[in-house]
Design a protein around this ligand. Structure first.
Ligand code: KIV
Ligand code: ZN
Length: 552
Protein backbone atom coordinates (compact mmCIF):
# COMPACT_ATOMS: atom_id res chain seq x y z
CA UNK A 1 0.00 0.00 0.00
CA UNK A 2 1.42 3.36 -0.98
CA UNK A 3 0.21 6.39 0.84
CA UNK A 4 0.52 9.78 -0.71
CA UNK A 5 0.78 8.25 -4.17
CA UNK A 6 -1.43 10.58 -6.10
CA UNK A 7 -0.84 10.38 -9.82
CA UNK A 8 -2.50 13.06 -11.87
CA UNK A 9 -5.97 11.68 -12.33
CA UNK A 10 -6.84 13.88 -15.25
CA UNK A 11 -10.48 14.08 -14.33
CA UNK A 12 -10.80 17.68 -13.29
CA UNK A 13 -11.41 18.81 -16.83
CA UNK A 14 -14.55 16.66 -16.88
CA UNK A 15 -15.67 18.26 -13.69
CA UNK A 16 -15.24 21.85 -14.67
CA UNK A 17 -18.88 22.16 -15.47
CA UNK A 18 -20.26 23.14 -12.07
CA UNK A 19 -18.55 25.16 -9.41
CA UNK A 20 -21.20 25.86 -6.84
CA UNK A 21 -20.46 28.76 -4.54
CA UNK A 22 -22.31 30.61 -1.84
CA UNK A 23 -25.47 32.43 -2.97
CA UNK A 24 -23.98 35.93 -2.93
CA UNK A 25 -21.34 35.02 -5.57
CA UNK A 26 -23.31 32.44 -7.50
CA UNK A 27 -24.35 33.38 -11.03
CA UNK A 28 -28.00 33.19 -11.90
CA UNK A 29 -29.07 29.57 -12.28
CA UNK A 30 -30.09 30.06 -15.90
CA UNK A 31 -26.58 31.24 -16.82
CA UNK A 32 -24.87 28.52 -14.87
CA UNK A 33 -26.78 25.61 -16.27
CA UNK A 34 -26.80 26.48 -19.93
CA UNK A 35 -23.38 25.33 -21.00
CA UNK A 36 -22.87 22.19 -19.01
CA UNK A 37 -21.93 18.63 -19.62
CA UNK A 38 -23.58 15.96 -17.51
CA UNK A 39 -21.19 13.25 -16.38
CA UNK A 40 -22.60 9.76 -16.85
CA UNK A 41 -21.62 7.61 -13.89
CA UNK A 42 -22.63 4.04 -14.58
CA UNK A 43 -23.28 1.81 -11.59
CA UNK A 44 -24.64 -1.26 -13.42
CA UNK A 45 -21.76 -3.33 -12.06
CA UNK A 46 -22.19 -2.15 -8.47
CA UNK A 47 -25.74 -1.05 -7.61
CA UNK A 48 -27.10 -2.93 -10.63
CA UNK A 49 -25.42 -6.09 -9.47
CA UNK A 50 -27.15 -5.65 -6.11
CA UNK A 51 -30.44 -6.56 -7.81
CA UNK A 52 -31.96 -9.63 -6.18
CA UNK A 53 -30.77 -12.75 -7.96
CA UNK A 54 -27.98 -11.13 -9.97
CA UNK A 55 -24.46 -12.34 -9.41
CA UNK A 56 -21.89 -11.66 -12.07
CA UNK A 57 -18.50 -13.32 -12.18
CA UNK A 58 -15.35 -11.42 -13.15
CA UNK A 59 -15.59 -12.48 -16.81
CA UNK A 60 -19.20 -11.32 -17.07
CA UNK A 61 -18.39 -8.02 -15.37
CA UNK A 62 -15.53 -7.48 -17.79
CA UNK A 63 -17.77 -8.11 -20.77
CA UNK A 64 -20.25 -5.51 -19.52
CA UNK A 65 -17.43 -3.06 -18.68
CA UNK A 66 -16.08 -3.39 -22.24
CA UNK A 67 -19.50 -2.51 -23.60
CA UNK A 68 -19.83 0.44 -21.19
CA UNK A 69 -16.51 1.72 -22.49
CA UNK A 70 -17.80 1.40 -26.08
CA UNK A 71 -20.91 3.27 -25.00
CA UNK A 72 -18.64 6.04 -23.74
CA UNK A 73 -19.69 6.38 -20.10
CA UNK A 74 -17.50 8.71 -18.04
CA UNK A 75 -17.32 6.52 -14.95
CA UNK A 76 -17.75 2.82 -14.33
CA UNK A 77 -18.50 1.97 -10.73
CA UNK A 78 -17.08 -1.52 -11.03
CA UNK A 79 -18.02 -2.93 -7.63
CA UNK A 80 -17.64 -2.91 -3.88
CA UNK A 81 -14.16 -4.42 -3.38
CA UNK A 82 -14.41 -5.09 0.37
CA UNK A 83 -17.68 -7.01 -0.11
CA UNK A 84 -16.07 -10.22 -1.36
CA UNK A 85 -12.89 -11.62 -2.83
CA UNK A 86 -14.79 -12.20 -6.08
CA UNK A 87 -15.85 -8.58 -6.33
CA UNK A 88 -12.36 -7.38 -5.48
CA UNK A 89 -10.96 -9.49 -8.31
CA UNK A 90 -13.61 -8.32 -10.75
CA UNK A 91 -12.92 -4.64 -9.96
CA UNK A 92 -9.18 -5.26 -10.22
CA UNK A 93 -9.60 -7.00 -13.58
CA UNK A 94 -11.70 -4.12 -14.92
CA UNK A 95 -9.20 -1.55 -13.61
CA UNK A 96 -6.39 -3.51 -15.28
CA UNK A 97 -7.91 -3.73 -18.72
CA UNK A 98 -10.64 -1.20 -19.47
CA UNK A 99 -9.53 1.96 -21.22
CA UNK A 100 -11.47 5.17 -21.45
CA UNK A 101 -13.80 5.56 -18.49
CA UNK A 102 -12.56 6.32 -14.98
CA UNK A 103 -12.86 3.21 -12.81
CA UNK A 104 -14.53 3.70 -9.46
CA UNK A 105 -14.87 1.45 -6.43
CA UNK A 106 -17.37 1.82 -3.60
CA UNK A 107 -16.26 1.88 0.00
CA UNK A 108 -17.77 2.42 3.43
CA UNK A 109 -15.98 4.91 5.66
CA UNK A 110 -13.76 2.39 7.48
CA UNK A 111 -10.12 2.83 6.50
CA UNK A 112 -9.71 -0.88 5.74
CA UNK A 113 -12.57 -0.57 3.20
CA UNK A 114 -10.93 2.42 1.57
CA UNK A 115 -7.52 0.73 1.46
CA UNK A 116 -9.04 -2.35 -0.15
CA UNK A 117 -10.95 -0.22 -2.61
CA UNK A 118 -7.77 1.55 -3.68
CA UNK A 119 -5.94 -1.75 -4.06
CA UNK A 120 -8.65 -2.91 -6.46
CA UNK A 121 -8.79 0.20 -8.65
CA UNK A 122 -5.10 1.11 -8.58
CA UNK A 123 -4.19 -0.42 -11.98
CA UNK A 124 -6.61 1.91 -13.82
CA UNK A 125 -5.31 4.97 -15.62
CA UNK A 126 -8.00 7.09 -13.96
CA UNK A 127 -9.59 6.02 -10.71
CA UNK A 128 -12.07 7.24 -8.17
CA UNK A 129 -12.92 6.21 -4.62
CA UNK A 130 -16.59 6.57 -3.73
CA UNK A 131 -17.18 6.55 0.00
CA UNK A 132 -20.52 6.83 1.76
CA UNK A 133 -22.23 6.90 5.12
CA UNK A 134 -25.90 7.26 6.01
CA UNK A 135 -27.15 10.58 7.37
CA UNK A 136 -30.86 9.88 7.97
CA UNK A 137 -32.09 9.48 11.56
CA UNK A 138 -33.42 6.00 10.91
CA UNK A 139 -30.17 4.72 9.37
CA UNK A 140 -27.97 6.35 12.01
CA UNK A 141 -30.04 4.96 14.86
CA UNK A 142 -31.01 1.49 13.64
CA UNK A 143 -28.26 0.56 11.23
CA UNK A 144 -25.08 2.44 12.11
CA UNK A 145 -25.89 2.92 15.81
CA UNK A 146 -23.90 6.14 15.63
CA UNK A 147 -24.60 9.66 16.78
CA UNK A 148 -24.73 12.46 14.19
CA UNK A 149 -21.37 13.73 15.50
CA UNK A 150 -19.81 10.31 14.91
CA UNK A 151 -21.22 10.17 11.39
CA UNK A 152 -19.78 13.58 10.61
CA UNK A 153 -16.38 12.54 11.94
CA UNK A 154 -16.51 9.32 9.91
CA UNK A 155 -17.24 11.23 6.71
CA UNK A 156 -14.30 13.56 7.26
CA UNK A 157 -11.96 10.75 8.14
CA UNK A 158 -12.98 8.61 5.14
CA UNK A 159 -12.58 11.39 2.60
CA UNK A 160 -9.23 12.39 4.12
CA UNK A 161 -8.02 8.79 3.86
CA UNK A 162 -9.26 8.43 0.28
CA UNK A 163 -7.57 11.66 -0.74
CA UNK A 164 -4.27 10.17 0.34
CA UNK A 165 -4.69 7.83 -2.64
CA UNK A 166 -6.37 9.92 -5.29
CA UNK A 167 -7.59 13.41 -6.09
CA UNK A 168 -10.85 11.98 -7.35
CA UNK A 169 -13.01 11.26 -4.32
CA UNK A 170 -16.79 11.08 -4.26
CA UNK A 171 -18.84 11.24 -1.09
CA UNK A 172 -22.49 10.18 -0.64
CA UNK A 173 -24.75 10.82 2.37
CA UNK A 174 -26.85 7.66 2.13
CA UNK A 175 -30.62 8.08 2.46
CA UNK A 176 -30.26 11.79 1.67
CA UNK A 177 -33.94 12.20 0.84
CA UNK A 178 -34.93 11.28 4.41
CA UNK A 179 -32.05 13.10 6.12
CA UNK A 180 -32.34 16.28 8.12
CA UNK A 181 -31.32 18.93 5.63
CA UNK A 182 -29.13 21.01 7.93
CA UNK A 183 -27.27 18.03 9.32
CA UNK A 184 -26.77 16.50 5.87
CA UNK A 185 -25.34 19.81 4.61
CA UNK A 186 -22.93 19.90 7.56
CA UNK A 187 -21.70 16.44 6.58
CA UNK A 188 -21.46 17.43 2.90
CA UNK A 189 -19.51 20.56 3.82
CA UNK A 190 -17.15 18.49 5.93
CA UNK A 191 -16.64 16.12 2.99
CA UNK A 192 -15.84 18.96 0.60
CA UNK A 193 -13.50 20.56 3.13
CA UNK A 194 -11.70 17.22 3.47
CA UNK A 195 -11.23 17.07 -0.31
CA UNK A 196 -14.26 15.39 -1.91
CA UNK A 197 -14.64 16.64 -5.49
CA UNK A 198 -18.05 15.08 -6.08
CA UNK A 199 -21.02 15.16 -3.75
CA UNK A 200 -23.50 12.50 -4.72
CA UNK A 201 -26.99 12.88 -3.31
CA UNK A 202 -28.76 9.52 -3.17
CA UNK A 203 -32.46 8.95 -2.95
CA UNK A 204 -31.60 5.58 -1.52
CA UNK A 205 -35.15 4.37 -0.98
CA UNK A 206 -36.80 6.06 -3.96
CA UNK A 207 -38.84 8.31 -1.70
CA UNK A 208 -38.40 11.67 -3.44
CA UNK A 209 -40.68 13.34 -5.95
CA UNK A 210 -39.30 15.46 -8.81
CA UNK A 211 -40.19 18.97 -7.64
CA UNK A 212 -39.05 18.25 -4.10
CA UNK A 213 -35.82 16.59 -5.34
CA UNK A 214 -34.95 19.53 -7.58
CA UNK A 215 -35.52 21.88 -4.63
CA UNK A 216 -33.21 19.80 -2.43
CA UNK A 217 -30.46 19.77 -5.05
CA UNK A 218 -30.76 23.52 -5.55
CA UNK A 219 -30.71 24.13 -1.79
CA UNK A 220 -27.57 22.01 -1.37
CA UNK A 221 -25.84 24.02 -4.09
CA UNK A 222 -26.73 27.18 -2.26
CA UNK A 223 -25.69 25.92 1.15
CA UNK A 224 -22.49 23.92 0.59
CA UNK A 225 -19.52 25.93 -0.61
CA UNK A 226 -16.41 24.85 -2.45
CA UNK A 227 -15.43 23.26 -5.75
CA UNK A 228 -17.42 20.14 -6.31
CA UNK A 229 -19.65 18.46 -8.82
CA UNK A 230 -23.12 17.78 -7.57
CA UNK A 231 -24.39 14.33 -8.47
CA UNK A 232 -27.68 12.48 -8.14
CA UNK A 233 -28.38 8.79 -7.55
CA UNK A 234 -32.05 7.88 -7.64
CA UNK A 235 -33.87 4.65 -6.90
CA UNK A 236 -37.09 3.65 -8.55
CA UNK A 237 -39.36 2.51 -5.72
CA UNK A 238 -42.10 4.89 -6.87
CA UNK A 239 -41.16 4.68 -10.53
CA UNK A 240 -39.66 8.18 -10.33
CA UNK A 241 -35.93 7.51 -10.62
CA UNK A 242 -35.53 8.94 -14.13
CA UNK A 243 -37.88 11.87 -13.47
CA UNK A 244 -36.01 12.70 -10.26
CA UNK A 245 -32.63 12.45 -11.97
CA UNK A 246 -33.73 14.81 -14.74
CA UNK A 247 -35.22 17.21 -12.19
CA UNK A 248 -31.85 17.19 -10.43
CA UNK A 249 -30.09 18.02 -13.71
CA UNK A 250 -32.45 20.94 -14.23
CA UNK A 251 -31.58 22.07 -10.71
CA UNK A 252 -27.84 21.99 -11.40
CA UNK A 253 -26.64 18.41 -10.85
CA UNK A 254 -23.89 17.66 -13.33
CA UNK A 255 -23.37 13.97 -12.67
CA UNK A 256 -26.07 11.34 -12.92
CA UNK A 257 -25.64 7.88 -11.46
CA UNK A 258 -27.59 5.30 -13.40
CA UNK A 259 -27.66 1.76 -14.73
CA UNK A 260 -28.36 0.02 -18.01
CA UNK A 261 -32.00 -1.17 -18.10
CA UNK A 262 -32.47 0.54 -14.72
CA UNK A 263 -31.38 -2.53 -12.79
CA UNK A 264 -30.46 -2.10 -9.12
CA UNK A 265 -31.55 -2.68 -5.55
CA UNK A 266 -35.28 -3.50 -5.22
CA UNK A 267 -37.15 -1.62 -7.98
CA UNK A 268 -33.83 -0.51 -9.45
CA UNK A 269 -31.96 2.67 -10.31
CA UNK A 270 -32.51 5.35 -12.91
CA UNK A 271 -32.23 3.88 -16.41
CA UNK A 272 -29.30 5.40 -18.28
CA UNK A 273 -30.86 4.97 -21.71
CA UNK A 274 -33.92 6.97 -20.66
CA UNK A 275 -31.95 9.82 -19.09
CA UNK A 276 -29.58 10.14 -22.02
CA UNK A 277 -32.33 10.05 -24.62
CA UNK A 278 -34.50 12.52 -22.70
CA UNK A 279 -31.62 14.99 -22.71
CA UNK A 280 -30.83 14.36 -26.38
CA UNK A 281 -34.44 14.39 -27.55
CA UNK A 282 -35.46 17.55 -25.68
CA UNK A 283 -32.76 20.18 -26.28
CA UNK A 284 -35.48 22.76 -25.81
CA UNK A 285 -35.82 21.68 -22.16
CA UNK A 286 -32.19 20.70 -21.56
CA UNK A 287 -30.73 23.56 -23.54
CA UNK A 288 -26.94 23.26 -23.99
CA UNK A 289 -26.77 20.32 -21.62
CA UNK A 290 -24.61 17.64 -23.12
CA UNK A 291 -24.11 13.97 -22.52
CA UNK A 292 -21.18 12.35 -24.22
CA UNK A 293 -22.66 8.92 -24.95
CA UNK A 294 -22.60 6.88 -28.16
CA UNK A 295 -26.33 6.31 -28.18
CA UNK A 296 -26.17 3.81 -31.07
CA UNK A 297 -24.68 1.41 -28.50
CA UNK A 298 -27.63 1.64 -26.10
CA UNK A 299 -29.70 -1.27 -27.42
CA UNK A 300 -26.68 -3.54 -27.57
CA UNK A 301 -25.70 -2.57 -24.03
CA UNK A 302 -29.22 -3.40 -22.88
CA UNK A 303 -29.12 -6.81 -24.56
CA UNK A 304 -25.72 -7.68 -23.10
CA UNK A 305 -26.77 -6.70 -19.58
CA UNK A 306 -30.03 -8.60 -19.91
CA UNK A 307 -28.27 -11.72 -21.20
CA UNK A 308 -25.59 -11.75 -18.51
CA UNK A 309 -27.80 -10.81 -15.57
CA UNK A 310 -30.74 -12.97 -16.64
CA UNK A 311 -33.06 -9.98 -16.11
CA UNK A 312 -35.43 -9.68 -19.07
CA UNK A 313 -36.16 -6.30 -20.61
CA UNK A 314 -39.87 -5.59 -20.64
CA UNK A 315 -41.25 -5.44 -24.19
CA UNK A 316 -42.49 -1.88 -23.80
CA UNK A 317 -39.38 -0.58 -22.02
CA UNK A 318 -38.61 2.96 -23.19
CA UNK A 319 -35.76 3.28 -25.71
CA UNK A 320 -34.44 -0.29 -25.57
CA UNK A 321 -37.60 -2.44 -25.32
CA UNK A 322 -38.32 -4.52 -28.38
CA UNK A 323 -41.62 -2.69 -28.89
CA UNK A 324 -40.18 0.80 -28.36
CA UNK A 325 -40.38 1.42 -32.11
CA UNK A 326 -43.13 -1.03 -33.03
CA UNK A 327 -46.51 0.17 -34.29
CA UNK A 328 -49.64 -1.92 -34.42
CA UNK A 329 -52.64 0.39 -34.87
CA UNK A 330 -53.60 0.87 -38.52
CA UNK A 331 -53.70 4.66 -38.19
CA UNK A 332 -50.21 4.70 -36.69
CA UNK A 333 -48.81 2.31 -39.26
CA UNK A 334 -50.24 4.38 -42.08
CA UNK A 335 -48.68 7.49 -40.53
CA UNK A 336 -45.26 5.88 -40.06
CA UNK A 337 -45.28 4.51 -43.61
CA UNK A 338 -45.84 8.04 -44.90
CA UNK A 339 -43.52 9.83 -42.46
CA UNK A 340 -41.75 8.16 -39.54
CA UNK A 341 -41.90 11.20 -37.27
CA UNK A 342 -45.70 11.10 -37.15
CA UNK A 343 -45.43 8.56 -34.35
CA UNK A 344 -41.75 8.45 -33.43
CA UNK A 345 -39.86 11.05 -31.42
CA UNK A 346 -36.53 9.26 -31.71
CA UNK A 347 -34.86 7.57 -34.63
CA UNK A 348 -34.57 3.86 -33.79
CA UNK A 349 -31.19 3.77 -35.55
CA UNK A 350 -29.90 6.44 -33.14
CA UNK A 351 -30.28 4.05 -30.22
CA UNK A 352 -29.19 0.94 -32.08
CA UNK A 353 -32.70 -0.38 -32.69
CA UNK A 354 -32.48 -0.50 -36.48
CA UNK A 355 -35.73 0.44 -38.18
CA UNK A 356 -39.29 1.15 -37.14
CA UNK A 357 -41.37 -1.99 -37.06
CA UNK A 358 -44.92 -2.45 -38.20
CA UNK A 359 -46.39 -5.29 -36.22
CA UNK A 360 -49.31 -7.11 -37.69
CA UNK A 361 -52.11 -7.66 -35.25
CA UNK A 362 -55.84 -7.11 -35.13
CA UNK A 363 -55.46 -3.33 -35.15
CA UNK A 364 -53.36 -3.24 -38.29
CA UNK A 365 -54.60 -1.68 -41.46
CA UNK A 366 -54.49 -2.67 -45.11
CA UNK A 367 -51.48 -0.39 -45.82
CA UNK A 368 -49.24 -2.18 -43.34
CA UNK A 369 -50.52 -5.56 -44.42
CA UNK A 370 -49.71 -4.82 -48.03
CA UNK A 371 -46.34 -3.33 -47.09
CA UNK A 372 -45.48 -6.50 -45.16
CA UNK A 373 -46.36 -8.69 -48.08
CA UNK A 374 -44.33 -6.50 -50.41
CA UNK A 375 -41.33 -6.90 -48.15
CA UNK A 376 -41.83 -10.64 -48.47
CA UNK A 377 -41.84 -10.27 -52.25
CA UNK A 378 -45.61 -10.53 -52.90
CA UNK A 379 -47.10 -7.52 -54.60
CA UNK A 380 -50.74 -8.45 -54.31
CA UNK A 381 -53.53 -6.08 -55.20
CA UNK A 382 -57.23 -5.82 -55.92
CA UNK A 383 -59.51 -8.74 -55.01
CA UNK A 384 -56.66 -10.94 -53.90
CA UNK A 385 -55.44 -8.26 -51.49
CA UNK A 386 -58.97 -7.77 -50.14
CA UNK A 387 -59.49 -11.49 -49.66
CA UNK A 388 -56.10 -11.95 -48.00
CA UNK A 389 -56.71 -8.95 -45.75
CA UNK A 390 -60.11 -10.30 -44.67
CA UNK A 391 -58.55 -13.67 -43.89
CA UNK A 392 -55.73 -11.95 -41.99
CA UNK A 393 -58.21 -9.95 -39.88
CA UNK A 394 -60.10 -13.12 -39.03
CA UNK A 395 -56.93 -14.76 -37.85
CA UNK A 396 -55.67 -11.71 -35.99
CA UNK A 397 -59.01 -11.31 -34.26
CA UNK A 398 -58.59 -14.75 -32.80
CA UNK A 399 -55.24 -13.65 -31.45
CA UNK A 400 -53.26 -15.79 -33.79
CA UNK A 401 -49.65 -14.66 -33.78
CA UNK A 402 -48.61 -14.13 -37.34
CA UNK A 403 -45.12 -14.83 -38.49
CA UNK A 404 -43.67 -14.02 -41.90
CA UNK A 405 -44.29 -17.59 -42.96
CA UNK A 406 -47.98 -17.35 -41.92
CA UNK A 407 -48.39 -14.21 -43.97
CA UNK A 408 -46.72 -15.75 -46.93
CA UNK A 409 -48.95 -18.82 -46.76
CA UNK A 410 -52.00 -16.62 -46.50
CA UNK A 411 -51.02 -14.52 -49.49
CA UNK A 412 -50.25 -17.54 -51.57
CA UNK A 413 -53.53 -19.20 -50.66
CA UNK A 414 -55.47 -16.11 -51.72
CA UNK A 415 -53.46 -15.62 -54.86
CA UNK A 416 -54.41 -19.18 -55.76
CA UNK A 417 -50.80 -19.70 -56.47
CA UNK A 418 -48.82 -22.68 -55.42
CA UNK A 419 -45.57 -22.90 -53.68
CA UNK A 420 -43.32 -25.84 -53.77
CA UNK A 421 -44.24 -27.54 -50.54
CA UNK A 422 -41.77 -30.10 -49.43
CA UNK A 423 -44.59 -32.08 -47.80
CA UNK A 424 -48.19 -32.56 -48.90
CA UNK A 425 -51.08 -34.25 -47.19
CA UNK A 426 -52.74 -36.98 -49.27
CA UNK A 427 -54.92 -39.12 -46.98
CA UNK A 428 -55.37 -40.28 -43.44
CA UNK A 429 -57.25 -43.24 -42.00
CA UNK A 430 -57.47 -43.38 -38.21
CA UNK A 431 -58.93 -45.74 -35.63
CA UNK A 432 -59.58 -44.91 -31.99
CA UNK A 433 -61.86 -45.56 -29.07
CA UNK A 434 -61.33 -47.39 -25.80
CA UNK A 435 -61.27 -50.93 -27.17
CA UNK A 436 -58.15 -50.81 -29.33
CA UNK A 437 -54.84 -48.98 -29.48
CA UNK A 438 -55.31 -45.78 -31.52
CA UNK A 439 -53.59 -46.02 -34.91
CA UNK A 440 -53.21 -44.06 -38.12
CA UNK A 441 -52.47 -44.98 -41.75
CA UNK A 442 -51.09 -41.94 -43.49
CA UNK A 443 -50.25 -41.21 -47.10
CA UNK A 444 -48.37 -38.01 -47.97
CA UNK A 445 -46.08 -36.67 -50.65
CA UNK A 446 -42.50 -35.92 -49.68
CA UNK A 447 -40.70 -33.89 -52.32
CA UNK A 448 -43.28 -35.06 -54.84
CA UNK A 449 -43.03 -38.76 -54.00
CA UNK A 450 -45.83 -40.63 -52.30
CA UNK A 451 -44.86 -42.09 -48.93
CA UNK A 452 -47.03 -44.04 -46.50
CA UNK A 453 -46.65 -44.71 -42.81
CA UNK A 454 -48.69 -46.60 -40.21
CA UNK A 455 -48.27 -45.88 -36.54
CA UNK A 456 -49.89 -46.29 -33.15
CA UNK A 457 -50.10 -43.64 -30.47
CA UNK A 458 -51.68 -42.48 -27.21
CA UNK A 459 -54.59 -41.13 -29.23
CA UNK A 460 -55.49 -40.62 -32.86
CA UNK A 461 -53.76 -37.24 -33.07
CA UNK A 462 -50.62 -38.68 -31.54
CA UNK A 463 -50.71 -41.68 -33.91
CA UNK A 464 -51.12 -39.35 -36.93
CA UNK A 465 -48.28 -37.06 -35.88
CA UNK A 466 -46.00 -40.02 -35.25
CA UNK A 467 -46.82 -41.27 -38.75
CA UNK A 468 -45.95 -37.84 -40.18
CA UNK A 469 -42.64 -37.87 -38.34
CA UNK A 470 -41.93 -41.32 -39.73
CA UNK A 471 -42.81 -40.29 -43.28
CA UNK A 472 -40.78 -37.07 -43.22
CA UNK A 473 -37.94 -38.02 -40.91
CA UNK A 474 -38.74 -34.94 -38.76
CA UNK A 475 -37.32 -34.95 -35.25
CA UNK A 476 -38.39 -32.70 -32.41
CA UNK A 477 -41.32 -32.05 -30.11
CA UNK A 478 -44.67 -30.31 -30.05
CA UNK A 479 -44.34 -27.43 -27.57
CA UNK A 480 -47.90 -26.16 -27.88
CA UNK A 481 -51.16 -27.58 -29.24
CA UNK A 482 -54.53 -25.82 -29.34
CA UNK A 483 -57.84 -26.69 -30.93
CA UNK A 484 -60.62 -24.17 -31.34
CA UNK A 485 -63.78 -24.26 -33.35
CA UNK A 486 -64.24 -21.58 -35.95
CA UNK A 487 -68.02 -21.51 -35.57
CA UNK A 488 -70.38 -23.07 -33.05
CA UNK A 489 -72.00 -26.50 -33.28
CA UNK A 490 -70.78 -30.03 -33.79
CA UNK A 491 -70.22 -29.43 -37.51
CA UNK A 492 -67.84 -26.54 -36.78
CA UNK A 493 -64.49 -26.31 -38.48
CA UNK A 494 -61.69 -27.35 -36.16
CA UNK A 495 -58.85 -24.87 -36.15
CA UNK A 496 -55.63 -26.42 -34.85
CA UNK A 497 -52.70 -24.19 -33.95
CA UNK A 498 -49.56 -25.87 -32.79
CA UNK A 499 -45.90 -25.08 -32.20
CA UNK A 500 -43.16 -27.51 -33.07
CA UNK A 501 -39.50 -27.27 -32.11
CA UNK A 502 -37.03 -29.32 -34.12
CA UNK A 503 -34.17 -31.04 -32.36
CA UNK A 504 -31.77 -28.42 -33.73
CA UNK A 505 -33.79 -25.58 -32.16
CA UNK A 506 -35.92 -24.26 -35.03
CA UNK A 507 -39.31 -23.29 -33.62
CA UNK A 508 -42.29 -22.87 -35.92
CA UNK A 509 -46.03 -22.69 -35.72
CA UNK A 510 -48.49 -24.54 -37.91
CA UNK A 511 -52.22 -24.21 -38.48
CA UNK A 512 -54.72 -26.54 -40.00
CA UNK A 513 -58.41 -26.29 -40.74
CA UNK A 514 -60.76 -29.20 -41.22
CA UNK A 515 -64.11 -30.44 -40.05
CA UNK A 516 -62.17 -33.35 -38.58
CA UNK A 517 -59.94 -32.49 -35.67
CA UNK A 518 -57.41 -35.25 -36.42
CA UNK A 519 -57.05 -34.19 -40.03
CA UNK A 520 -56.76 -30.54 -38.97
CA UNK A 521 -53.97 -31.59 -36.60
CA UNK A 522 -52.16 -33.49 -39.32
CA UNK A 523 -52.45 -30.56 -41.70
CA UNK A 524 -51.17 -28.16 -39.03
CA UNK A 525 -48.20 -30.39 -38.32
CA UNK A 526 -47.39 -30.77 -42.01
CA UNK A 527 -47.69 -26.98 -42.38
CA UNK A 528 -45.18 -26.49 -39.57
CA UNK A 529 -42.74 -28.93 -41.18
CA UNK A 530 -43.10 -27.07 -44.49
CA UNK A 531 -42.10 -23.86 -42.73
CA UNK A 532 -38.97 -25.50 -41.38
CA UNK A 533 -38.17 -26.70 -44.90
CA UNK A 534 -38.68 -23.17 -46.28
CA UNK A 535 -36.60 -21.58 -43.55
CA UNK A 536 -33.75 -23.98 -44.16
CA UNK A 537 -33.95 -23.39 -47.88
CA UNK A 538 -34.01 -19.58 -47.58
CA UNK A 539 -31.27 -19.32 -44.97
CA UNK A 540 -33.62 -17.10 -42.87
CA UNK A 541 -32.71 -16.57 -39.21
CA UNK A 542 -34.74 -19.32 -37.53
CA UNK A 543 -35.01 -17.43 -34.28
CA UNK A 544 -36.64 -14.45 -35.94
CA UNK A 545 -39.33 -16.47 -37.63
CA UNK A 546 -41.72 -16.94 -34.78
CA UNK A 547 -41.30 -13.58 -33.19
CA UNK A 548 -44.96 -12.78 -32.49
CA UNK A 549 -46.47 -10.76 -35.29
CA UNK A 550 -43.15 -9.39 -36.40
CA UNK A 551 -42.87 -8.48 -40.01
CA UNK A 552 -40.18 -5.81 -40.01
O1 KIV B 1 -28.57 4.09 -2.93
C1 KIV B 1 -27.57 4.47 -2.30
O2 KIV B 1 -27.64 5.21 -1.32
C2 KIV B 1 -26.27 3.99 -2.75
C3 KIV B 1 -25.10 4.68 -2.18
C4 KIV B 1 -23.99 3.76 -1.90
C5 KIV B 1 -24.70 5.79 -3.10
O3 KIV B 1 -26.21 3.14 -3.60
ZN1 ZN C 1 -28.14 2.96 -4.68
Amino acid sequence: MVFGNRPPEGIRSRNETVTPTRPETEPAMSEQTKTDRVIIFDTTLRDGEQSPGISLDAGEKLEIAEQLARLGVDYIEAGFPIASQGDFEAVHAIASSIEGPTICGLSRTAHKDIDRCWEAIEPAAQRRIHTFIATSPTHMEHKLKMSPAQVLAEATSAVTRAREYTDDVEFSPEDASRSDFDFMCDVLQAAVDAGAGTLNIPDTVGFATPVEWAARIRAIRERVSGNYVLSTHCHNDLGLAVANSLAAVEAGARQVECTINGIGERAGNAAMEEIVMAIRTRPDTYADIEVDIRTEELAKSSRIVSRLTGYPVQYNKAVVGRNAFAHEAGIHQHGVLNERTTYEIMDPAAVGQGESQLVLGKHSGRAAFRDALQKLGHDIQGDALNAAFTRFKELADRKVQLSDADLEALAIEELGGSIDHAYEFVSLDVRGGNLSTPSADLVMRVDGEEVSASCEGDGMVDASCTAIKQATGAEGRMTDYNVTSVTGGVDALADVALTFESNDGVKVSGRGLSTDVVEASARAFIGALNKIARIRESGEDPNAVDRPGHIG
